[in-house]
Ligand binder design. Structure first.
Ligand code: CP
Length: 313
């Protein structure tokens, strides 16, 4: 594996899940692998889990970690070639990336989409700029349309919870006060399709995801019926594709409740807005898997770091 930018970089996803779960049984089993090497974590956006779980994973491998909030701790970066840099951005990516590559052996990068233009966000401009200029392996810590570390952790959580049985999974849109990116639902669906999972999607009209992504998957708008027949419900808010970045009005309540879930388990990548996305009673019940999903972020990251370190040897 050269980079980990999307779940397409997982050549054998079933094996990756098994190996990541095995790491969890003894996290320090390869504690010398990263000795003398440095992981740089660059954040263009906020994070709790990704920042700390990836740092923890790196520590488990003996890697040193340097973390930077781009723009807040460092200079703001210019990405456009040929720009006369007489405005706010003090450093161009053409210098910044080669400099970072001198300091780090691996580079993790979080850069959400701007939600202004679907075409621009689909282009993944930040990720692509780094890819073009970096001679070090890159790890996607969530970009405009991908959150592959989360998707691997989610697959691990499903494997731990359901073993070899094939649960009926519903990916349900959920409310949120702001329009949100499509990275998490996109990577989760890609992962589930790759694994051949029994999955359906439900969302209100207007919130269709990319048609190629949902091809072959049943897409419904009757949330209560979908949830009632599910073994596990993955809730996430996302913005409209057709009216990209927009918040469309919804009349009925799409908040996940125990009444709607019936016997189903509940998953969410976190952070989650209580009593907007999901009711307290769900998160506080034994049916919630969110804390274990967050725990598995360490081992999904550790597996990815290990693979990248090994492929550099
Ligand atoms: N799920 C997730 O990526 O959490 P953070 O945004 O806190 O990193």
């Amino acid at each position: 594996m050269k980079h980990y930018l999307s779940i397409d970089d997982l050549k054998q996803p079933h094996s990756a899940i098994e190996q990541a779960l095995q790491l969890k049984t003894n996290p320090l089993q390869n504690s010398g692998l990263g000795k003398g090497k440095t992981l740089i974590l660059l954040f263009f956006n906020n994070s709790l889990r990704t920042r700390l779980s990836t740092a923890k994973a790196a520590q488990n491998l003996g890697l040193d970690v340097l973390s930077l909030n781009v723009g807040a701790d460092s200079w703001q970066l210019e990405f456009t070639d040929g720009t006369i840099m007489d405005q706010g951005k003090a450093e161009h990516i053409r210098e910044a990336v080669p400099v970072l590559c001198q300091y780090g052996d691996l580079i993790g990068l979080r850069s959400f989409g701007e939600l202004q233009s679907l075409e621009e966000d689909l282009r993944e401009p930040v990720l692509e700029a780094f890819k073009a200029l970096s001679d070090k392996p890159l790890i996607n810590l969530e970009s405009a349309f991908a959150h592959p570390l989360q998707a691997l952790a989610d697959a691990m959580t499903l494997q731990e919870t359901f073993g070899s049985t094939k649960p009926k999974i519903t990916l349900s849109w959920a409310p949120h006060p702001r329009p949100l990116p499509q990275a998490v639902p996109t990577s989760f669906l890609r992962m589930m399709k790759t694994l051949g999972a029994d999955i359906q999607v439900c969302h209100p009209p207007g919130y269709e995801l990319n048609a190629a992504l949902t091809e072959g998957i049943e897409v419904r708008s009757d949330q209560a019926a979908c949830l009632a027949e599910s073994d596990v419900v993955y809730a996430k808010s996302w913005c409209s594709t057709e009216q990209y970045g927009q918040h469309l009005p919804i009349e009925e309540s799409w908040t996940i409740s125990l009444e709607k879930l019936k016997e189903a388990y509940f998953m969410h990548c976190l952070p989650v807005r209580r009593n907007v996305v999901v009711q307290d009673a769900v998160l506080d019940s034994s049916k919630s898997l969110v804390i274990e999903q967050a725990n598995n972020r360490t081992y999904s990251a550790q597996w990815v770091l290990q693979e990248l370190l090994k492929s550099k040897e």
